[in-house]
Design a protein. Sequence first.
Length: 327
Amino acid sequence: MNDIIIPSTAKQIQTQKILHEYRDRMLGENLKTAVATIDPDVLQLEIAKFVNKDCRMILQGLSIREETMFALPCILDSNPILLGYYRLLMGISEKQFYTSSTGLSIFKSMEHDGKITPNSRQELNNLCYAINSAMENLLRNFNRSTLNQDLSTLPLMTLGVYADGVWRNIIGTQAALHVFGTIKQIVKLSCTDIITDEDKCLKFKNGAGAVYRVITSSDPDISIFLEEPSEEKILCIEIKGGQDVANVHNRAGEAEKAHLKASQAGWREKWTVIYLVGLQNKQADKLLTESPSTDVWFDINEVCTQSGKTYELFKRALTVKFGIEIE
């Protein structure tokens, strides 16, 4: 009988943390709590002003309160963070929502800090009209048979997409730190003079007196400079830590974009560390064509675990690049 192996559940742990954060701030009972503090006469006046009568009739027939779907100034004034609830209900990411082109960037402090600035307060009515125009379109196109339940679930669906993006960033950051650790290990195996040894920076001098600096950040993920005898950008490394085969070609495309930018910035050589070894031959061959700017490819798992064929190539290439020998 073959061993049964369940993939890692670490992503779901991170997703729950995000769910708790958003539930505490803008989901769950937050809308009801805000409504409970508002004068009912003011609430009804604003509903009549900001929600079309046709929409009110539809919601009335479904026993759904108007503010569950439509934004009102009195609600956003009571709890500005609830702007995030309406954003999630519309299915729009923060990156798309709060931009100068949408005119919504002035409202970002409402969701993030719970603060209404003087400029955003002046535009609060216009904000509600704009949101409610989008909500009216949704209401007319939604399947209404389960709308009561869906209004609670749809923000969570949007949040799930956001959580997936957060997880990808975490994977990328961890992968970069692992590769950086491998580079450190290779350097320390040689008789080099370590000048700086920090979490995200390694600086050392080889036997010939050349000084190198290796840093991990982003864009590029790892940068390697020659500092002495002259300052040069000698190598940048783009790292893609994702393990799902379905998206490996997208990751290669992202690496290509980063390398094209690096070429414009003056980097002499560009490497990509990505999931390779588990791919079938045709997939791997296609992958290598999707980032023509990549000079050398390495497998992420082999480099991180410091074992395997591409790790040995990685180690050998670095020793040549650094002018060091491993004893």
